[in-house]
Write a protein that binds this ligand. Structure first.
Ligand SMILES: [Zn+2]
Length: 351
């Protein structure tokens, strides 16, 4: 399905209609053209920015200096906080245009340079910056929400900070109180000022509560374009940590089911994560990413259950290297948090 806001090469319909497999796509890496197949991590992003597969000018290299225009009304600016837990850095997104104003999703850490770049990318019709109507945090972890207050202070209109308050279970660094709490299923609609409104010119974000990675996690569906902003619930290139007690594995899996149903209902073809490139390329690919994620978690959980059954008198530290023997030891301290989350779900399950 081609949506009104999606850039479409004239041949794309022909290619889509005749192809039995998804076409190979070309992008730039280090200034050199590289080819990508459907299973490659950057494939979904190329499908979004150049649906025909024949415009090989999209640069896939991570950088923090300039916003990446993913769609007419979606820009991504990556924060300079790349690392073991954050991958290439936190993706801040700007949704909207100069006529409607922008919603900033996940301002990231309180990094002054990053926030000024976000401010600059949110253009008014006269070319000045700071045209931000709302700031939404998908959750309150330190790589997502601390930039919200200083970004608000930079903008003349003092846009409200929206999201879910942190639960009492949150760590101190994730304590967060939004200016307004977003309700599940709430619609954030913004329309152009003084211009004729049609489907393609308005932007509507639907809020979806998705506890699991954090108790106050939410995702946002861009209704007109069938895009899902998945925060840290679904990542590209790394695994979401579920860190109890604020993280909860049963909630995490239930939220995956919620997102799968949402993607099916709204024909979501692309998932835009807070870390990594765009996922998807078709509804089947987007939904496939979610079902794969759930299957991966359940497989790990079955492995943990088997390890525990084989070593009933063992401790968590005994089980960890056995249950995560396919993961490098440097990742075990983080894996231990997810192991505890799986144990909580296994033990909480009715016999
Ligand atoms: Zn994050």
């Amino acid at each position: 399905m081609v949506r009104p806001n999606q850039r479409l090469h004239p041949q794309a319909t022909l290619i889509d209609a005749t192809a039995t497999a998804e076409p190979e796509r070309t992008g730039l890496q280090g200034g050199i053209q590289a080819r990508f197949l459907q299973h490659d991590m950057a494939y979904g992003e190329l499908a979004l920015v150049c649906p025909s597969g024949t415009e090989p000018h999209h640069a896939l290299d991570w950088q923090c200096e300039r916003p990446v225009h993913l769609l007419r009304n979606v820009q991504r600016l990556t924060a300079p906080n790349a690392g073991f837990m954050t991958g290439p850095g936190t993706n801040s997104y700007l949704v909207g245009d100069a006529h409607t104003g922008f919603i900033a999703i996940d301002p990231g850490p309180a990094d002054a340079d990053h926030l000024v770049r976000l401010w600059r990318a949110a253009l008014h019709p006269d070319g000045s910056g700071g045209n931000i109507a709302m700031i939404v945090c998908t959750h309150s972890h330190p790589d997502h929400s601390p930039g919200a207050a200083p970004l608000k202070a930079l903008c003349d209109g003092r846009p409200p900070i929206l999201g879910l308050p942190s639960a009492p279970t949150a760590r101190a660094a994730s304590a967060f109180t939004p200016d307004r709490t977003l309700q599940n299923q709430e619609l954030l609609a913004f329309i152009p000022r003084g211009l004729e409104v049609n489907f393609a010119s308005k932007h509507t974000l639907q809020v979806v509560h998705t506890p699991g990675h954090a108790a106050n996690h939410l995702c946002l569906l861009l209704v007109e374009d069938g895009l899902l902003f998945s925060g840290d619930h679904i990542l590209n290139g790394s695994t979401t940590v579920v860190d109890p007690p604020d993280g909860n594995m049963a909630d995490y899996l239930d939220s995956l089911d919620t997102l799968l149903a949402l993607c099916q209902q709204h024909d979501v073809q692309f998932i835009l994560p807070a870390h990594g490139h765009v996922l998807g390329g078709s509804q089947a690919a987007a939904c496939g990413a979610i079902t794969h994620l759930k299957a991966h978690r359940l497989k790990r959980e079955a492995k943990i259950a088997a390890v525990v059954a084989a070593h009933p008198n063992g401790t968590v530290d005994d089980w960890l290297p056995l249950a995560y023997d396919d993961v490098p030891p440097r990742a075990w301290p983080v894996a231990k948090r997810s192991l505890l989350a799986h144990l909580e779900r296994i033990q909480g399950r009715p016999a």
